[in-house]
Design a protein around this ligand. Structure first.
Ligand code: URP
Ligand code: ZN
Ligand code: ZN
Ligand code: ZN
Length: 465
């Protein structure tokens, strides 16, 4: 046989362990793994490199409506260019309807915005913000049947937050139709109480975004979301877990048999609330929800990453520009943190940060890295042909140089934001080539000009089968 491509000389991270072997690729799929595979049209010499499944970032926000006058910094072109530059081959953004827009129409619009513009493969989660009969009785079942097998509900943000009753109604649709519910767990009433009080006392700087969303706000909502899922008898993903007390709720629920999955993000092992206190309004660059916590929480999150409590490590990429009234410097943002758009860019830096802090520093194995950055995302969210270097799977592969040390610099990044929260952060280990269904889409920082990403319809989450 003659393969389209053979990758030669790499250490290959497979579900069965790390092996030094060749990867034969044909027709965009992994056709063979073995020694001396023979001939190919293209040989990629990868001596000294590590071949990993392409990163799957199952939590990114792209081109979402963000309030009057506010604009996210990325469109599908720039976000997915950044994604492949950072070693990803699939991203799962959210489809958020405009106020009054139906979920069905919103999904069609997102598909149109993404079509032909993506540098990696894409599939959409839904955000359920309305629980009217059309949404729950018609749109949601039809969209689940069409491959949108997961959706997020919010317990915070005015206009998005659902009541406990509404969350139960949404969960019951998930149960009937076979979809996985993801929850943003923060107690909105408590936040509003603390925010109003802070503003009355003149505590309006970005730091007070973190002070008015303290750990108990997240811990209580995490407990309540899990309780609702137990009542509705559905599995649940708790996204962006920021601290040890919330993780403890997850552990306790699992001990009594609840089916709960947990996600964390780079910001919760590298940033702290003190970053929101940086001078000159720079703190706004770090405003996201849940907020970065204390360095002591980093250790709690690491323990969960190391022992398997976290299935998922995602970016929660939600980019705004800093020096821009359509972004972090929104009208009124300097008067009160409440007007600063929530979210930080991170789709390009997620994998290098975890590789460096996790693998290079000896905290986690290559296998665990692959599991929480790719394999588990594919299994949990129904991407059947993705997430593992195995014969028959899509040839979505990223080659890492484990020795390369560099500083993260905004100037080198591909996203649409005008800053990175990790400016000057030093990492060891860098993705040097990203291969999407057999084709190189990024090599040494250069992203191919042709966006070849496709929309992927998903199967039922593996946990539901
Ligand atoms: O602050 C954040 N994380 N913004 C993105 C939306 C969300 O809640 O995930
Ligand atoms: Zn779709
Ligand atoms: Zn969220
Ligand atoms: Zn998010």
């Amino acid at each position: 046989v003659c393969f389209d491509t053979i990758i030669r000389g790499a250490r290959v991270v497979t579900p069965a362990g790390v092996a030094r072997c060749e990867i034969g690729i044909s027709g965009g799929r992994i056709a063979a793994l073995g020694l001396s595979l023979g001939e190919a049209t293209e040989i990629i010499e990868a001596e000294g490199l590590i071949a990993m499944p392409g990163g799957i970032d199952s939590h990114v926000h792209i081109s979402q409506p963000s309030g009057p006058g506010i604009e996210m910094a990325d469109d599908f072109g720039s976000a997915t260019r950044a994604a492949v530059a950072g070693g990803n081959t699939t991203v799962l953004p959210f489809c958020l309807p405009e106020d009054g827009q139906s979920l069905r129409v919103a999904v069609a619009e997102y598909h149109a915005k993404a079509a032909g513009n993506c540098h990696c493969d894409v599939s959409f989660h839904l955000i359920v913000k309305a629980t009217d009969p059309v949404t729950l009785g018609q749109d949601l079942p039809a969209l689940i049947a069409a491959g949108h097998t997961s959706f997020k509900v919010f317990m915070t943000y005015q206009g998005l937050a659902l009541s406990d009753r509404e969350i139960l109604e949404v969960m019951s649709v998930a149960k009937e139709q076979g979809a996985l519910v993801m929850v943003h767990a923060e107690n909105e009433d408590a936040i509003e109480f603390l925010r109003d009080k802070a503003e009355r006392e003149g505590q309006t700087d970005p730091l007070f975004h973190a002070r008015t969303r303290p750990v108990p706000v997240e811990r209580e909502a995490t407990h309540r979301a899990i309780t609702l899922a137990e009542i509705a008898d559905v599995p649940l993903t708790i996204v962006h877990v920021s601290n040890g007390e919330s993780l403890e709720e997850i552990r306790r629920s699992r001990a009594r048999g609840a089916k709960v999955f947990a996600e964390t993000c780079p910001q919760y092992i590298t940033l702290t609330a003190a970053d929101l206190d940086r001078a000159g309004f720079e703190g706004a660059k770090y405003v996201c929800s849940p907020p970065p916590r204390a360095a002591s929480d980093w250790e709690a999150i690491w323990s969960g990453i190391c022992n398997g409590d976290f299935e998922l490590f995602s970016s929660d990429h939600c980019p705004f520009r800093f020096a821009d009234p359509a972004g972090k410097d929104a009208p009124g943002a300097r008067t009160s943190f409440r007007n600063i758009p929530n979210g930080i860019p991170g789709v390009e830096t997620r994998l290098p940060i975890l590789f460096s802090e996790g693998v290079s520093k000896g905290r986690i194995s290559l296998e665990r890295f692959a599991a929480i950055t790719a394999t588990n995302h594919a299994r949990l969210y129904g991407l059947k042909t993705k997430g593992a270097i195995m014969v028959g799977m899509d040839a979505d592969i990223v080659l890492w140089d484990p020795e390369m040390t560099r500083e993260i610099r905004q100037d080198d990044l591909h996203h649409g934001s005008d800053y990175t929260p990790w400016e000057g952060f030093t990492v060891t280990g860098w993705p040097v080539r990203t291969i999407l269904r057999g084709e190189t889409v990024m090599h040494e920082g250069d992203v191919s000009g042709v966006p070849t990403g496709a929309h992927i319809a998903r199967s039922a989450p593996e946990v539901l089968l």
